[in-house]
Design a protein around this ligand. Sequence first.
Ligand SMILES: Nc1ncnc2c1ncn2[C@@H]1O[C@H](COP(=O)(O)OP(=O)(O)OP(=O)(O)O)[C@@H](O)[C@H]1O
Ligand SMILES: [Mg+2]
Length: 309
Amino acid sequence: MEGPYRDLGSGFARLTGQEGARRGPSRITHVEDALLELLRNARDAGASQIFVASTLAARRFRALTVIDDGRGIPEPYAGLVFEPGVTTRHLNPVPDPTAPTGSHHGAGLALYHLKQASVSAEVLSPSSPTAIRATFDTRTLPERHLQSASRPSRSNLLATAESFARSQKQPHPPRLYHGSPARILAALLRNRIIQSSSGSGGLRREAGRVGLYLSGRTVQRVMRGQVAAAEPVGSGGLRAGSGPAPRRRGAGGGGAVLPVGEEEKAEIAAILGRAARAGYVEVDDLKVESRPGEILLKARVYEPEEEYE
Ligand SMILES: Nc1ncnc2c1ncn2[C@@H]1O[C@H](COP(=O)(O)OP(=O)(O)OP(=O)(O)O)[C@@H](O)[C@H]1O
Ligand SMILES: [Mg+2]
């Protein structure tokens, strides 16, 4: 690593001569850039699993909680990592083929710029697991627009996580999970990153400790197994209710026809909506098709952007 640095102990250093870079343009111009830096740091800490919980409040404030099972940050340094030039990469710079050309990976500036661009950013848990939470005002730090208007469930944050996962070329790349806080809590339990030992009150505190702020009711639902755990991104994991509808032909095109009016359709939509919300997904575009001998219901199921808490 070029440039002089001051040894801070435990492998940490503060790179000096960072004035230029510090005042230079930030790498973080969109929320997705911040997510990418958090993912890189977790990967560089040797994480085998990385969990990203995302919420959007008031259609404006994006909160990202990134939890990883890597080596963690030694306690006394947790408050320093947002300062410019503070890094552990000065002795062993991490080669990063995925970094955009011209970026200074290993300069200890990513979290500094991230914090500058955020409403708040903090290390909630320095290790076992490591949890970093940052909130952004999307009016000042925008999110990139969706690439595909036909797939509104694919937020760009998920697409960012997917492309990060795909770009990892090491033999054992970290497994990456993305979802609502409830689905991430379910995944943390399933993967034994946190344990549900002392009832729902204890689990709620555990979840809060790693930046997953959930109601007591939601935590109980997670404990009862009523919330589908987030699946690793890129695994093609099924979301609740997204299985293909069974295709069975009506009896030779014959049979009775059941007409469904707007009122009944609204009731069906309400029932599906309740079922979906219980699993932290949403349903819309309900189509009801009455055919001789059968009735077909089809609806779009997707993960919501807006949090429920
Ligand atoms: N998830 C994490 N687990 C363990 N240590 C971390 C984690 N995130 C950050 N750190 C520590 O914080 C330091 C600062 O992180 P930051 O992203 O600001 O700079 P960097 O990764 O060193 O270099 P770059 O500017 O290229 O990102 C890292 O060097 C690392 O020691
Ligand atoms: Mg970094």
